[in-house]
Write a protein that binds this ligand. Structure first.
Ligand SMILES: Cc1ncc(COP(=O)(O)O)c(C=O)c1O
Length: 480
């Protein structure tokens, strides 16, 4: 029986409907990895559309890495298609599961976890936490008896407004802040409310891996913007904005994950001008701002925004108290209304107890003193990692803040093998390809220096260097 593709709405072209149709069948698992798709001619007959329409849809699917072409044979489902959903064959529970590439690595139990860009829990003032918890119960005896509002605790939002205004000239009202359970939730909410199938999203290359997964899950067509130690090629960014009319540019310009680069102030200002000119939202993710080893980084992009084009995400989970999972989103009212609707579908507000503990801890004198110690401790761990790797011949940019070294191995390396051999030695790291929207960076890896203590770091690196020697050809491996 023939299927009919409707003539569609004005905004939805026929080839886009064919694109969605094919993608949906891949999603449902009807067409599996490496399976051949119907020929252009077959699908055109089946859907009662012109062959060129199917061809155009296939070309876009190819561009978005959902299908690939075999010479003279046709189109095949890409096995690494990030929109492809693991549909379980359980007859009772079948689910549409989207993969988070990074979290799969984090789930590996290993003694030497260089994959985790999180603070060593021993660097936190753990002994004092109970004081803040007690203080919160004394001040708010009913704190466990109620929900937070969806937008987040007003007292916390007021304190954060004051803090952002004082430090970064944000000039916000509490109604322009949303408290979320970490910035991962914030990225997810933003993607849900702003992105639909085929919307174009600019992503840095490399970028924070779960952001790729989230925007792809929404069906976005992602386009990469290379990030360099000096920032971006802004002429290229302008060209991409002009040509592709992206809905948003997700970026992490301060101690960028995974590279550690910092985009200079001049570029930040210009980016905001470009965003305004081309109506492209900038989603600025800023979880490492406080972890600087030398001077404070430049002001956030949000500080330069007067027209409402920047959505600012600030996580405090990574170095304040990861167990509290507190982040905030700053944006102007129109966008906030959408985010609130999405947040209220996800939960009824982040846990109130966490917000109150965070409020009293973050704004305490002790926390500010603690941050200074933390910067020193992390700078020393970075130096230790660099010293341990110094004989390898590997290359990296020495970051002035953040948690990671972005390391270039001497040759393109079979990452699956390197990772599995490392896991056998109880070591994890992040393969560069999962931070790459086009999955091609096979010479790069991300190693975090924040999670392991000195002794673990030395031993783990010794083992890791040995593992790479066994995989990377000897003459390419350096001397260590
Ligand atoms: C750039 C970036 N965004 C978001 C997150 C997630 O942060 P959270 O723990 O607040 O969800 C991370 C964590 O590593 C990150 O590096």
């Amino acid at each position: 029986m023939k299927k009919e593709i409707s003539s569609g709405t004005l905004s939805e072209k026929l080839f886009e409907q064919v694109y969605d149709y094919v993608l949906e069948r891949i999603r449902r698992g009807e067409w599996k990895a490496d399976e051949k798709l119907p020929s252009v001619r077959q699908l055109a007959v089946e859907l009662n559309v012109h062959r060129l329409t199917v061809f155009k849809a296939y070309q876009l699917l190819k561009q978005n890495q959902h299908v690939y072409v075999k010479d003279k044979s046709g189109y095949y489902v890409q096995s690494s298609s990030m929109l492809q959903v693991a549909r379980q064959d359980d007859p009772i529970v079948s689910a549409y599961v989207h993969k988070s590439h990074l979290s799969e690595i984090h789930q590996v139990q290993a003694a030497y976890q260089f994959s985790i860009a999180l603070l060593d829990p021993n660097l936190l003032p753990n002994l004092y936490f109970s004081e803040y918890v007690k203080k919160v119960f004394d001040l708010y005896p009913k704190v466990l008896g109620t929900y937070s509002t969806t937008q987040g605790d007003l007292e916390l939002r007021e304190a954060l407004c004051h803090y952002f205004t004082k430090h970064y000239r944000f000039f916000l009202s509490p109604s322009e802040l949303l408290i979320t359970s970490g910035s991962q939730e914030a990225i997810d909410l933003i993607a849900r409310v702003l992105i639909k199938n085929r919307d174009v999203v600019l992503l840095e290359r490399p970028t924070y891996s779960p952001a790729i997964d989230v925007f792809r899950r929404q069906g976005a067509t992602t386009i990469s913007v290379e990030i360099h130690p000096y920032g971006y090629d802004l002429e290229e960014v302008e060209r991409l904005m002009q040509q592709h009319k992206p809905r948003l540019f997700y970026l992490n310009p301060t101690f960028h994950n995974p590279t550690g680069y910092v985009v200079p102030a001049k570029q930040r200002k210009r980016l905001v001008e470009l965003a305004e000119k081309y109506h492209c939202l900038l989603v600025e993710d800023d979880p490492c701002r406080d972890i600087y080893f030398e001077e404070e980084p430049p002001l956030p992009l949000f500080s330069y925004d007067t027209a409402g084009y920047v959505i600012y995400i600030r996580s405090f989970s990574k170095y304040i108290a990861p167990g509290l999972s507190i982040a905030t989103v700053a944006c102007r009212p129109a966008c906030m209304n959408y985010l609130l609707k999405a947040k209220s579908l996800a939960d009824s507000g982040s846990p109130l107890l966490n917000q109150k503990i965070f409020l009293h801890y973050f704004f305490s004198e002790r926390m500010q003193q603690h941050l200074a110690k933390l910067r020193t401790a992390l700078a020393m761990r970075k130096e230790l990692m660099e010293a341990e790797l110094s004989g390898t011949g590997w290359e990296w940019y020495s970051p002035t803040g953040g948690f990671n070294l972005w390391i270039k191995l001497p040759v393109s390396t079979p990452m699956d093998t390197l990772l599995s051999k490392s896991i056998e030695q109880s070591i994890t790291f992040v393969p560069g390809s999962i931070c790459d929207p086009v999955r091609e960076l096979t010479t790069w890896i991300r190693m975090s220096y924040s999670f392991l203590n000195d002794q673990q770091m030395r031993e783990g690196l010794k083992r890791f260097i040995q593992v790479t020697k066994e995989i990377v050809p000897h003459d390419k491996c350096g001397s260590a």
